[in-house]
Design a protein around this ligand. Structure first.
Ligand code: FPP
Length: 243
């Protein structure tokens, strides 16, 4: 964690890793008598806002819950629209992401995504791999329980192959078999829209994360909301179970 006095936030501690559950796109649209799809479009604007805010505050890791494994059960029209948005965003933003020094990383079962999006994902990873200002991790077709099951299966295979005994497994080893291996655990998790649950997002990784729930709907999320959440984070006392 970096300790940086910040005039903007009034807080002295900037979290190294912020994770966000971007919630409320549908409600934002319904409130305006618009189709839910418009909420997702405006949500993509809020992603740009969050990235700008992170870069300005010096946050090093941002992880966004963009599409959950459960979201596949939404109406086909909405899924297709979201895929279109990801496609558009990945193509359009690649240069801006590079210029801003952002490395893009993905977690989730991306093999379920349309093939052209999988290709764009590979291109984004390769073209941004040397950037080091901010690591943006997009959780796409992601479910934390499935991720943990995957790690258990990988460990089980190693035991079967005689490379490992059950007693060798500890927390570090499990963490190294998760898709988030190499990322620090989130310091701060923000969920917008007033809902207060994790919804199968980073269950293992958030063991000691500070949660901030904002009443703002995701499409309305602005840099000031990030600053407010970081300010709240700075006021918390993190004891990790100790005194
Ligand atoms: C939750 O709101 C949001 C999603 C399921 C999709 C998140 C996607 C974006 C913000 C679009 C762009 C993202 C990128 C990375 C380009 P909801 O639809 O569940 O809202 P509701 O609870 O109000 O119905």
């Amino acid at each position: 964690m970096t300790v940086v006095p910040s005039a903007d936030t009034g807080a002295t501690i900037i979290p190294e890793h912020v994770a966000i559950i971007m919630d409320g796109n549908g409600r934002w649209a319904v409130k305006r008598s618009l189709k839910r799809l418009r909420g997702h479009e405006q949500g993509a604007e809020a992603v740009r806002e969050a990235l700008k805010g992170c870069n300005e505050l010096g946050i090093r890791y941002l992880t966004l819950f963009a599409f959950s494994s459960e979201n596949w059960s939404r109406p086909v029209e909405e899924i297709n629209h979201l895929m279109g948005l990801f496609r558009f965003f990945f193509k359009k933003e690649i240069k801006a992401l590079c210029d801003a020094g952002i490395r893009v990383n993905f977690i989730g079962n991306t093999s379920k995504l349309p093939e052209d999006i999988q290709e764009l994902i590979e291109e984004l990873k390769v073209r941004t791999k040397d950037n080091n200002k901010l690591v943006l991790t997009l959780a796409l077709s992601y479910g934390s329980q499935a991720e943990i099951v995957g790690a258990m299966q990988a460990l089980g295979e190693k035991i079967k192959a005689g490379e490992l005994s059950p007693g060798d497994i500890d927390e570090d080893m499990v963490a190294r078999h998760l898709e988030t291996t190499g990322l620090p655990e989130p310091d701060l998790l923000i969920r917008t829209s007033g809902e207060q649950r994790l919804s199968n997002f980073l269950l293992w990784q958030c063991a000691y994360t500070e949660f901030v729930f904002l009443d703002v709907l995701w499409p309305d999320f602005k840099k000031q909301d990030l600053i407010a959440a970081v300010g709240e984070y700075g006021s918390r006392s993190r004891r990790y179970g100790a005194l």
